[in-house]
Design a binder for this molecule. Structure first.
Ligand code: ZN
Length: 321
């Protein structure tokens, strides 16, 4: 898997390739950018290139190290990511990495430790990692992946070489979806818009249940019902999933707003729902939609800050229905 598998992140790719070619590796890299734009893919390709038997800037994908890294079983290439209900990276995960760092590489040239979701480290974990960054071991590269730089300790950020990732443009995602999944233009455009510049999200949409979940949350909050809301399905979902669902809801309301202002279906994100949007938009005046979108954003913020999900959603429901 060569570096050109990473779509639309030329600056990030060039920076890492150059570092390998010129043998000027930093001890730690911080990949910053939204989820689903290629950070973990690039981290894996980087780890391969650093350990491939061919010893060039491009991994061959055929040698034993390349295959082991692809299968996540290379002893010198370790990734940790958030775990458990809290979706955090705790001290134990960081200690595991630090222990492995203190050893010589088993079979590779360069140990590569990836912390996927570095912005989700507990304070204890971050403090421990900081000590490692202050005295980085040899033959080791740390790769931190984060979507929110401001949630990282500034002292950690300052000790890493920053590598920026960007959302992709609509055309780039469409092209990829058409090639990979054989979609027609209209479907590819719909999924591309829904994914908001994140190819990983687009793939989730196609392979997962993102569109079904959107339909469920839209139905839940737009269709007047006489249900006992005690049993809302969202109450049982993890915090991140609730926020994803609210995001889909906010985008739907934004589409109603866009449609009311422009009457142009071509501008919608939820292209596959154009008829529903035209119908629903008639029920909501523009000022009301602006208020609803703001309420949803406030609710997401509260949920991120650990508010009780049930209370936050009940308040939101009162304000938007
Ligand atoms: Zn190889």
């Amino acid at each position: 898997m060569s570096f050109n598998k990473v779509i639309g992140q030329e600056l990030a790719v060039d920076l890492l390739k150059k570092a390998i070619e010129e043998k000027r590796l930093a001890h730690a890299y911080l990949f910053i950018g939204p989820d689903g734009v290629g950070k973990s893919l690039l981290a894996k390709i980087f780890a391969k290139a650093l350990n491939c038997e061919k010893q060039t800037a491009e991994a061959c994908d055929e040698c034993v190290p390349c295959k082991k890294i692809e299968g996540n079983i290379h002893p010198d290439v370790i990734t940790v990511s958030p775990e458990g209900k809290s979706s955090q990276i705790g001290i134990d995960a960081i200690r595991k990495i630090e222990k492995a760092m203190s050893l010589k590489p088993y079979e590779g040239r360069t140990k590569v430790f990836t912390i996927d979701g570095a912005d989700k480290m507990t304070e204890e974990a971050a403090n421990s990692l900081l000590k490692t960054l202050e005295e980085p071991p040899k033959e080791t590269v740390l790769v931190l992946l984060a979507s929110n730089m401001f949630k990282l300790q500034p002292t950690i950020v300052s000790r890493c070489q920053k590598v920026l990732f960007h959302p992709l443009n609509e055309r780039a995602i469409m092209k990829e979806l058409i090639e990979r999944y054989g979609l027609d233009d209209k479907k590819a455009m719909c999924v591309s818009r829904f994914s908001e510049g994140r190819l990983g999200r687009a793939i989730e949409v196609l392979e997962g249940e993102a569109l079904a979940k959107r339909d469920r949350v839209v139905d839940e909050f737009l269709t007047p019902k006489q249900l006992d809301y005690e049993d809302t399905w969202l109450y049982g979902e993890p915090r991140e999933k609730v926020n994803e669902a609210l995001n889909a809801l906010a985008v739907y309301f934004r589409d109603l707003l866009v449609f009311n202002l422009s009457k142009d279906q071509g501008l919608l994100v939820n292209l596959d729902k154009a008829a529903d949007i035209a119908r629903d938009a008639a029920r909501y005046p523009v000022e009301r939609l602006e208020g609803i979108i703001e309420t949803i954003a406030d609710t997401q913020e509260r949920i991120k800050r650990n508010a009780n999900i049930k209370i936050a959603l009940s308040c939101m429901r009162l304000n938007i229905t």
